[in-house]
Design a protein around this ligand. Structure first.
Ligand code: FAD
Length: 392
């Protein structure tokens, strides 16, 4: 019979891989996508939702076009992988057989990384690091802060999805508060000594949100943090602060199904750069945030780029079609204030050891407002492009 590809996770990596394999194999390969949600709400641009630049509906995407394009979309959770039988079991009771399995489940959180916080506290102190409802909770809590109140963020340790994401979020929270609650304060407790695009963010915070943002890095006690979601307090290096909204972003690991499939080593799933195949099973590929691949940051752009390499390799393995040498790219844009965009990016190639960086670029401090506006407009174009690439 026909070769069967099963994709778990319909996000940046999985939707792209499913769509490309179905489209390019022209019916030669059966592609099944397992994804529990009917609407995928992008994390990318969700900070712009918090800043008031996007509404939630604009971030939601459905799977109808993928399905009419030939992908068998199954709305269910994958709950187990039998690597000998080459089957995936579903929460609803079904079992799906594969020749090649692609896992792109995104992230889950590492338990116990922020003292006092666990998933049962995510409504009092949202992580807002998965799309949709968590973003809405965080935004409503920011909107409900009393005048002059305090917003706190507990930033995550490396590696995590979207390295500039927490700092773009701080910018967008500041943007919202400057207009609606100008005497409010923002405190960031960060377990890291430095962060992505730090010089650009710090310049932007000083120029646009002077006096509002207090970033407390590792060297100043930012790694010694506990929270009390009942009392709404945050304790940083022994000092207790009463807060009005609190965004706790815990340490991350590969989505749990990667662990259940037995393809993780520690928190992440190691892969071969040339085709994104697991180092533990040649018939399983792992994409996006869940994999350990080398130099690429965990981003939607990276997951999409890896998915195209993987789709090409999987199709080649199953149908004998031509396989091109792996090339990857990524850009992470961040919005600091209205029409003030910055970016960092690079191109990558596959070596025997890892996905290795070839060339990079980054926005500069002191850029003209025209350039910053052009960078922001570029990010809008990217959003339209990647969502069309994922969902058709
Ligand atoms: P995801 O896109 O998270 O997809 C995983 C999917 O798998 C989900 O739909 C989930 O429902 C499904 N799933 C999980 N477990 C199972 C299971 N057992 N069975 C079936 N399905 C399952 N990236 C950028 O490139 N640019 C940005 O500007 C950007 N901004 C960001 C801002 C924020 C605030 C955040 C949080 C992230 C941002 N990112 C950005 C990062 C980006 O969202 C992720 O890196 C990207 O989504 C990773 O793709 P993925 O396929 O690995 O996982």
């Amino acid at each position: 019979g026909k070769s069967r590809v099963v994709v778990v996770g319909g996000g940046a990596g999985g939707a792209t891989a499913a769509r490309y394999i179905a489209k390019d194999s022209k019916g030669e390969i059966d592609v099944t996508l397992i994804e529990p949600t009917r609407h995928y709400y992008t994390c990318f641009f969700s900070n712009l939702y918090i800043g008031g630049f996007k509404d939630m509906a604009a971030l939601g995407h459905s799977y109808g076009t993928l399905a009419s394009g030939g992908v068998n979309v199954v709305h269910d959770w994958a709950v187990g992988v039998d690597r000998d039988a080459k089957t995936v079991s579903l929460a609803g009771g079904g079992v799906v057989a594969y020749d090649k399995l692609i896992l792109s489940p995104g992230i889950d959180f590492v338990d116990g990384t922020v003292d006092g916080w666990d998933l049962s506290a995510q409504n009092a102190m949202p992580h807002a690091y998965k799309g949709g409802s968590q973003m809405e909770v965080l935004k409503s809590q920011i909107a409900s802060m009393p005048q002059g109140g305090t917003f706190a963020m507990v930033a995550p340790p490396n590696p995590y999805r979207c390295p500039p994401g927490p700092y773009e979020r701080v910018s967008m929270v500041a943007h919202y508060l400057r207009a609606n609650n100008p005497t409010a304060k923002i405190i960031v407790a960060d377990p890291k000594p430095k962060f992505s695009k730090q010089g650009l963010f710090e310049e932007g915070w000083a120029d646009h949100y002077a006096g509002m943002i207090d970033w407390i890095g590792e060297d100043f006690g930012g790694s010694s943090v506990s929270v009390d979601p009942g009392a709404m307090t945050v304790t940083i290096d022994g000092e207790v602060t009463k807060v009005d909204a609190c965004n706790v972003i815990p340490a991350m690991k590969a989505g749990r199904i990667a662990e259940l499939a037995g393809v993780t080593d520690g928190n992440w799933a190691p892969v071969n750069a040339a085709d994104m195949s697991s180092k533990m099973d040649a018939d399983i590929h792992v994409l996006g945030d869940a994999c350990a691949q080398g130099d690429m940051p965990k981003s939607g752009f990276s997951a999409n780029s890896q998915a195209k390499v993987c789709a090409n390799a999987v199709r080649g393995a199953l149908t004998g079609s031509k396989v091109f040498p792996a090339k990857f790219s990524n850009t992470c844009w961040s919005l600091i204030d209205a029409n003030n965009g910055v970016k960092v990016g690079a191109t990558y190639e596959a070596t025997d050891e890892k996905i290795a960086k070839v060339d990079g670029f980054i926005s500069q401090t002191g850029e003209s407002s025209d350039l910053r506006r052009a960078t922001y407009e570029e990010s809008e174009g990217w959003y339209a492009g990647i969502t069309a690439d994922m969902f058709g």
